[in-house]
Design a protein around this ligand. Structure first.
Ligand code: GDG
Length: 458
């Protein structure tokens, strides 16, 4: 690592924008106290003078942000990134909606961001680009003569080849992704899906270095945050009511309607649980102007009404559904009060909520994690009860098993998962990735043997 080296993070959003998303919370924790630059969209929509870069410092991190015009943002962010890439990468081709204009907007914003970053770069910078908004960014940088190492991390899953080939412009996207020097994925399945898609669509052409870097949390910090006196006490220790807690950005990939239906099935099949259990769903809204999200909200409020109408009593509310975004100071102690953490996305890159729930538990009396097989976290958290989120009966049974699980088994499962969280924490994620990216820089193409996470050339 050279003396002058500076880490440059490039992401759709800069941390100045308040966001419930996992990228901001994950990376900000990891960036503490390092000389670094974070470049991205400020969150501001301005139709005049859209070329100015605003700079400010957060400790040793310099934040450089740019505004976007309303039209560019709409085509790039709502249109191609969230109207095509997000649904398709989560295997929801039915929700994909492509237009040439949106793709052109996506190209323009990737190019614009590369042009705005160029004058801010120093020769020894290590540039780490994040997520599906910026698949074309390396190609745009290279076209503008930027020669620094460019790494990329995909926070969401990569689709299998049969799904990927249905994405309009997939070959252009793959070519551009291959301009990165190191491509990081959350799981081996995602890495394999990318490599197999490249092999199928670009026969004979080289694939860049790829590696698996499951994003983590800071389990010790979360454990401390969870121990403070709760600001909200939903399930006091002296109450018989057992809490099931779900926390998700309101998104169709998170499997909320399926979860509510499974919970309704649990209540229908087990009257003995009436008055004894309560599901709390915290679901801060995001992307509120995308049609699929508007429909999802309607479906969830209808299901909430059905469950409350069918099972609620004056002295027992079986389901609490809130779209309010709570501070971490409220959330972490709440995770600790819950007997069950219910995390059942239909498909998810990693899912940090699953890891946060485990990190927040009381080791002497831990809650149980019920986790979807289709979350990246399932490849690591073997102490969870793994479920198929498409099978309401299986989910209801897992909830029942979790509510009844003896203390000894809860402790054993928790201990296994705590070890995983410590072995694979956020700091390890950042340093493993950057060590590998740096090695690419030194060796230029091949990576020295003996690297922490051993990325592969194929
Ligand atoms: C993407 C990938 C991947 C949620 N509600 C509140 C709140 N949150 C925080 C959670 C957690 C984060 O938001 C959500 O992270 P996830 O990982 O669950 O999901 P995505 O937003 O979809 O993130 C995902 C992640 O990137 C990281 O790589 O794991 O697969 O889709 O940290 O705690 N935070 C606060 N109040 C809330 O009400 N403060």
């Amino acid at each position: 690592m050279s003396e002058q080296e500076r880490l440059v993070i490039v992401a759709n959003r800069t941390p100045a924008v308040k966001s419930a998303g996992g990228l901001a919370s994950g990376l900000l924790d990891a960036l503490k106290a390092k000389p670094s630059l974070w470049f991205g969209w400020s969150g501001e929509l301005r139709d005049d003078d859209a070329n100015c870069v605003q700079l400010f410092s957060l400790g040793r991190l310099i934040v450089a942000s740019i505004p976007l015009t309303t039209e560019a943002h709409n085509r790039y962010y709502n249109g191609f990134a969230n109207g095509v890439l997000w649904p398709a990468f989560h295997h929801r081709l039915d929700l994909m909606s492509f237009s040439e204009d949106d793709y052109a907007g996506y190209q323009e914003v990737n190019q614009h961001m590369a042009a705005q970053l160029r004058p801010l770069l120093k020769p020894d910078d290590l540039v780490w680009v994040h997520d599906y908004h910026l698949l074309l960014f390396a190609q745009m940088c290279r076209a503008q003569g930027i020669s620094q190492r460019l790494g990329f991390f995909l926070h969401i899953p990569f689709p299998v080849p049969s799904v990927a080939q249905a994405i309009p412009r997939i070959d252009e996207l793959l070519d551009a992704m291959c301009d990165y020097d190191l491509l990081g994925f959350q799981t081996e399945d995602d890495r394999q899906a990318f490599v197999n898609t490249c092999r199928a669509r670009r026969p004979g052409k080289p694939v860049p270095l790829t590696g698996v870097y499951p994003i983590g949390v800071d389990p010790h910090a979360l454990q401390r945050e969870a121990q403070v006196k709760p600001l909200v006490r939903l399930w006091p220790e002296d109450s018989h009511l057992q809490g099931i807690l779900s926390v998700d950005r309101l998104d169709y990939t998170k499997g909320l309607p399926e979860r509510f239906k499974a919970y309704a099935l649990l209540l229908e099949a087990h009257p003995e649980l009436h008055g004894e259990v309560q599901l709390v769903q915290i679901a801060p809204t995001s992307r509120t102007d995308v049609p699929a999200y508007i429909e999802l909200r309607h479906e969830l409020t209808a299901l909430t009404g059905e469950i409350l109408g069918a099972y609620g009593k004056l002295d027992w509310q079986p389901l609490v559904y809130v779209e309010h975004q709570y501070d971490r100071a409220v959330l972490m102690p709440l995770y600790r009060q819950a007997r069950v953490g219910l995390v059942t996305p239909l498909r998810d890159g990693m899912n940090l909520v699953a890891k946060e729930f485990v990190a927040a538990q009381n080791p002497a009396d831990p809650g149980v994690l019920v986790l979807s097989r289709f979350a990246g976290a399932a490849s690591q958290l073997d102490g969870a009860l793994l479920v198929n989120p498409h099978d309401p009966g299986e989910m209801a049974e897992a909830m029942r098993q979790a509510l009844l699980m003896p203390l000894e088994e809860r402790r054993a499962r928790y201990a296994r998962m705590w070890d995983v969280l410590c072995e694979s924490d956020i700091e390890g994620w950042r340093t493993r990735y950057l060590t590998d990216l740096r090695a690419v820089q030194v060796a230029n193409v091949e990576v020295e043997p003996g690297l922490a996470s051993q990325p592969r050339t194929v």
